[in-house]
Design a binder for this molecule. Structure first.
Ligand code: IMP
Length: 191
């Protein structure tokens, strides 16, 4: 089955394609700029994106919204994760601000959250949520992954997501869980 995805983030696209070898996951060739993410939940923003992009394709399309929730920061950066340090912030900017805001803070528990929204012919079908627990280190470790991965220490791995091979991250990640739920749902549909 062909399933379209809408993302301009190469890190995410790689993870989408690794998640389900039995599906033909295709990126929209020339997606319009995404709608502003105005909602205060991952569900709202993911569905807004999926509906906007889904207008351009027949059949199934999914979009995700994801981010990092830090307990000591009351869930921030949350839905603002990509723009934590400003509208055009880089991963380096966002990571630096996170470390600054956590300076001297003992409780470093955090989780990555991902919500995938699925639409068919541009109409909402369902959302799927995944999350993975970790803690934020005092400085980056590893150069793999993207975003906050080098700061995110995952206890069962004994290393950060930036140090872990992508195949290992895909076994446990928030995005992998949400994708797996979506692909299970799609596999159950009558053909
Ligand atoms: P989105 O494109 O609005 O979903 O923003 C996601 C942002 O959350 C990314 O730009 C990263 O900063 C962060 N993020 C989400 N998932 C991950 C991940 O798997 N690793 C590291 N950072 C992530």
């Amino acid at each position: 089955m062909i399933v379209y995805c809408a993302t301009s983030n190469p890190g995410k696209l790689r993870e989408f394609q690794l998640a389900a070898p039995d599906f033909d996951v295709r990126k929209l060739p020339n997606p319009d700029p995404p709608p502003d993410e105005t909602g205060d939940t991952f569900e709202h923003n993911a569905m807004e994106k999926a509906v906007a992009y889904g207008q351009h394709v027949e059949g199934y399309l999914f979009a995700d919204d994801s981010g990092l929730e830090v307990d000591a920061l009351n869930g921030a950066p949350g839905v603002q994760s990509a723009r934590y340090a400003g509208e055009h912030a880089t991963d380096t900017d966002n990571n630096a601000l996170l470390l600054k805001n956590l300076a001297g803070v003992a409780n470093r528990t955090a989780r990555f959250v991902c919500v995938i929204a699925l639409v068919k012919d541009g109409k909402p079908v369902k959302t799927f949520r995944g999350s993975v627990e970790g803690r934020i280190l005092d400085g980056p470790r590893g150069s793999g992954g993207f975003g906050y991965d080098p700061l995110f220490f995952h206890e069962p791995f004994g290393c950060t997501f930036g140090e872990a091979p992508i195949g290992d991250k895909m076994l446990v990640s928030h995005r992998a869980q949400a994708l797996s739920a979506m692909f299970s749902f799609l596999r159950q549909l009558p053909s």
